[in-house]
Design a protein around this ligand. Structure first.
Ligand code: HEM
Length: 180
């Protein structure tokens, strides 16, 4: 169903804007008039495609989550309060941005991503990742409020999330760069 919806959305964009959503978006064709005329969703797709917002935002998610987990691990081992603060704030920012990373991914979907197994996994793993991150964030929030050091199970869960992120980044990068 989602595959159909994706195809349909791309079709709607092309119909209203005359711009095909491809790997190489024709940014030189863009003017403000078709964006206004296109409606909110196609306009958002066009904006995300032209600005490459998804590849920009993934860097924040991919950097902040591992930094947070590593800082918590180091903070626990060294009993260092400032490292714990680093872990908390980096996770907070990751939590604030990652839903937009995933949303931008949905809007960045292109025709040639359809039918690619790696991208189907990337789509659902990335969407699920937001839920996993939310779970980890709420766990960390609870520890933060109680002013407690993170527990070993928290670090294991965080390590698992980092592994999921690596797989996620690999799949996205593979689709973008494998043809080069
Ligand atoms: C939140 C977790 C996510 C992460 C960390 C992530 C990561 C990545 C990375 C690293 C790339 C390669 C970007 C580049 O260097 O150009 C990429 C590409 C892409 N991602 Fe994601 N992604 C996430 C979620 C999603 C979701 C939920 C979707 C869509 C439903 C999605 C759709 C795409 C698409 C369409 C591409 C470009 C593929 C192409 O060029 O054909 N991503 N992603």
């Amino acid at each position: 169903m989602w595959k159909g919806l994706n195809g349909c959305l791309c079709g709607v964009t092309a119909m209203f804007t005359g711009i095909e959503t491809k790997n190489q978006p024709q940014t030189d064709m863009m003017t403000i008039e078709p964006i206004i005329g296109a409606g909110t969703l196609p306009a958002l797709q066009q904006f995300v495609t032209a600005t490459k917002l998804h590849p920009i935002l993934v860097n924040f998610t991919a950097a902040l989550v591992p930094v947070s987990i590593a800082s918590d691990l180091a903070g626990r081992l060294r009993k260092d309060e400032s490292l714990r603060h680093t872990a908390w704030w980096t996770l907070l920012v990751a939590m604030a941005l990652t839903p937009f990373t995933a949303l931008a991914g949905w809007l960045f979907w292109m025709h040639d991503d359809n039918g690619v197994l790696g991208m189907a996994i990337h789509k659902w793993l990335g969407t699920g990742l937001v839920g996993l991150l939310l779970g980890l964030f709420l766990w960390r929030l609870n520890l933060h409020r109680q002013r407690r050091t993170v527990t070993a199970p928290y670090l294991v869960a965080g390590g698992f999330l980092v592994v999921v992120l690596v797989v996620q980044g690999y799949l996205g990068g593979h689709q973008v760069f494998s043809g080069m």
